[in-house]
Design a protein around this ligand. Structure first.
Ligand code: SF4
Length: 338
C-alpha cells in the first residue's frame, strides 16, 4: 500500500504541509501611480506531500506548474510564504548555523542545464572539489582524492585526465555527469533532480537516467525527481504527484498513477506518452490550450478551462484532494458521490 502523507504511517525524510510560495509581481510605473493592488504569482499554492525515506517521488506537470519552485522550497533555496517544510521532522526554515550547514550538505540539487550550472573558467575537477573546500572538509589532497573517486563513480574516466578539463571540452552527457558528481561529493541523503535529462541528446538520456538510478540505490538516496515526462516518472519513481498550476491534483503510488489514473489531467498526460508497439492504439485525451497564468489562476477547479469533462460545479466549487482508494488521492468532482 502506498504511503499516505499526514497519516503518520510512514517516515518522511522531507514533508511539506500546506506549503505556499507567492512571488510578488513587479508593478509598472503606471500601475503604481494608479494605486493598483500588488499582485502575486502563486507558484506553489497549498501543497501537502511527503518524500518517504529511501524512495523516489516524481513530481510531474507542464512547465509553469510550480514543480521547480516546490523542489527549491524543500532545499531552502526559497523560504515559504506560508506552510512548512520539514527535514527529518525538523522545520527547515528554522535551521541556523551548524544545523543549516549540515542541512545544506545533506540536501543537494541536480540542475536541468549542466552548461549553465558550471563555471566555464573552472576545471571540472575543481568544480567538484569546491563544495568540500567551502565546507572545510579535509585537506586539499583529501578533497582532490574524494573528487577523483566520485568522478570515477559517475563515469568520468580516466578521472585524472578529466580533472583538469574545462566544461566546454566536454559533451552534454559528460557535463551532466559532472553536475551529478558535484551534487554527490558531500554525501547527501536527499537529492532533487530537476529535469535531469531534458537538455541532453536522446542518445545519452538513457545512460544518465540509468546512472542516477544506480547511484540512488547504491547510496540509499531519497529523491524528488521533477519532470514533465511521464515516461521518466514511470521508469524512476515509487510514488507520483501530478501538479497543475501550483496544486497537486493527484498523488499515489506509481501503480495507482499508471494503471488507474483518475484525474482528467493525469489521464491526458498519460495518453500523450507514445506507445512503443505500433499495433497498439491508445486513445488520446486532448487537453486544449496552454496552462493559464499563475498570477490569476481560474477560480474553483483550476483545470476547468481545459478539462474535457467540465460541468457546472467545477466552475464554482474547488475540489479537495480526497483519498479515493488507499493512498490514492485525487482532486476532482467527477468522483464525488453527490
Ligand atoms: Fe475536470 Fe471538473 Fe474534475 Fe476539474 S473538477 S478536473 S473541471 S471534472
Amino acid at each position: 500500500m502506498s504511503p499516505v502523507c499526514g497519516e503518520g504511517k510512514v517516515t518522511y525524510l522531507v514533508e511539506a504541509k500546506r506549503l505556499k510560495k507567492y512571488f510578488p509581481v513587479r508593478r509598472s510605473l503606471l500601475e503604481g501611480v494608479l494605486g493598483k493592488r500588488e499582485r502575486f504569482l502563486r507558484a506553489v499554492d497549498d501543497v501537502t506531500i511527503g518524500v518517504e525515506k529511501g524512495t523516489v517521488l516524481a513530481l510531474v506537470g507542464e512547465s509553469g506548474s510550480g514543480k521547480t519552485t516546490f523542489g527549491k522550497l524543500t532545499l531552502r533555496v526559497h523560504l515559504p510564504s506560508s506552510g512548512s517544510v520539514t527535514f527529518n521532522g525538523k522545520e527547515v526554515a528554522s535551521f541556523k548555523d551548524k544545523d543549516l550547514e549540515s542541512f545544506r550538505r545533506s540536501a543537494q540539487m541536480v540542475y536541468q542545464d549542466p552548461t549553465a550550472a558550471l563555471n566555464p573558467r573552472i576545471t571540472i575537477g575543481e568544480a567538484i572539489r569546491q563544495p568540500l573546500e567551502f565546507n572545510r572538509l579535509g585537506s586539499v589532497s583529501d578533497q582532490k582524492e574524494r573528487a577523483l573517486k566520485i568522478m570515477e563513480r559517475v563515469g568520468l574516466l580516466p578521472a585524472e585526465e578529466f580533472y583538469s578539463r574545462f566544461p566546454h571540452e566536454l559533451s552534454g552527457g559528460q557535463r551532466q555527469r559532472v553536475v551529478i558528481a558535484r551534487a554527490l561529493v558531500l554525501d547527501p541523503v536527499y537529492l532533487v533532480a530537476d529535469e535531469p535529462v531534458a537538455m541532453l541528446d536522446v542518445s545519452v538520456r538513457a545512460q544518465i537516467l540509468k546512472l542516477i538510478l544506480e547511484l540512488k540505490q547504491e547510496l540509499d538516496l531519497t529523491m524528488l525527481i521533477i519532470t514533465h515526462d511521464l515516461a521518466i516518472a514511470k521508469y524512476f519513481s515509487d510514488n507520483v504527484a501530478i501538479m497543475y498550476l501550483g496544486q497537486i491534483v493527484e498523488r499515489g503510488s506509481r501503480q495507482d498513477t499508471f494503471v488507474n489514473p483518475m484525474h482528467p489531467y493525469t489521464k491526458a498526460l498519460i495518453s500523450s506518452v507514445p506507445v512503443p508497439d505500433p499495433e497498439r492504439k491508445r486513445e488520446r485525451l486532448m487537453v486544449p490550450g496552454d496552462i493559464p497564468s499563475a498570477i490569476n489562476p481560474p477560480p474553483a477547479c483550476r483545470f476547468h478551462t481545459r478539462c474535457p469533462f467540465v460541468f457546472e460545479r467545477c466552475r464554482v466549487d474547488e475540489p479537495a484532494l480526497v483519498e479515493r482508494s488507499p493512498g490514492h488521492f485525487v482532486a476532482c468532482h467527477l468522483y464525488d458521490k453527490k
